[in-house]
Design a protein around this ligand. Structure first.
Ligand SMILES: [Zn+2]
Length: 278
């Protein structure tokens, strides 16, 4: 068993791993050495807090090194269809900081020797929110999995949900990605969600909760509206751990809560159970 991580509110405002050789765990306040955290896959060895990590790091954790995974974002770039104030600037800053065009990236690689297609969202680009590009990349990745007859994995870190700067075009991606999940289903391709902290809003309400199997990382915040919004709306105190992965597991909303160091082995076991290949 893993320890249930405690998570302070302020972590919601701390999207990335801080710079420097020594990092203070925001949950238990222990001082951690960066090299040690890299070895524990960015999980605090004292309290089990799963730090938010870039999608690329997840790809390295989940996929085999050899043969090297093929990586694509289909060269798609978000337009600014509504002329939303500061959208272009925000996106440009995120692109410069991360080297990504948008929040989605697809890896075609192997998981313990088994060919898979892995779709990811990266929290560092506008909180991993889904605009027209993220939706389109998801659909193309799913169709690739169908065409090549490979299991399809979607790993999400999308605190932003549907991207408000693209308005209705972002909301439309919910329907579009849902149709792609249906296509996977009809083609008999296994589809597994890996929900990491946080996966919220229109992403959680569409493709991220439609997998055949839903796996969550310990302590991940998962849901539609955030707990603060719900609390203010219903004017009732929410139960402890509300919308955290373990709470959702107890209530049947996710199938498994799996610590990061066991994700790859768990996916391998599940795929062996549901997929005979080809
Ligand atoms: Zn800690």
């Amino acid at each position: 068993m893993f320890k249930r991580p405690r998570k302070p509110k302020e972590l919601a405002e701390q999207p990335e791993i801080p710079e420097g050789r020594w990092i203070k765990c925001p949950a238990c306040k222990h001082l951690l050495y960066r090299g040690q955290l890299e070895r524990t896959l960015w999980v605090c060895p004292f309290c089990g807090l799963h730090f938010r990590i870039p999608a690329e790091t997840y790809a390295r954790i989940l996929l085999d090194e050899e043969p090297p995974p093929e990586k694509t974002d289909f060269s798609l770039v978000s337009a600014d269809p509504l002329g939303f104030p500061e959208y272009r600037e925000k996106l440009a800053r995120a692109q410069k900081r991360t080297g990504l065009r948008d929040a989605a990236m697809v890896y075609a690689g192997h998981l313990e020797g088994l060919p898979v297609v892995l779709f990811t969202t990266d929290f560092r680009v506008l909180a991993g929110s889904m605009g027209s590009v993220v939706g389109e990349v998801f659909v193309r990745a799913a169709r690739r999995a169908i065409h090549e007859r490979k299991p399809f994995l979607a790993l999400t870190a999308s605190g932003g949900g549907a991207r408000m700067q693209e308005g209705i075009l972002a909301l439309m991606q919910m329907a579009k990605t849902t149709v792609a999940v249906r296509e996977l289903d009809e083609a008999g391709i296994p589809y597994i969600n890996i929900l990491t902290d946080p996966t919220m809003g229109g992403v959680m309400a569409s493709f991220a909760s439609l997998g055949d199997i839903l796996i969550a990382e310990p302590g991940a915040l998962l849901g539609f509206a955030g707990p603060r919004v719900i609390q203010q709306t219903i004017r009732q105190k929410l139960p402890r751990g509300f919308q955290r992965a373990e709470f959702l597991l107890e209530h049947g909303m996710v199938d498994l809560v799996v610590p990061r160091h066991r994700l790859k082995a768990t996916l391998k076991n599940l795929l062996e159970l549901v997929w005979e290949g080809g």
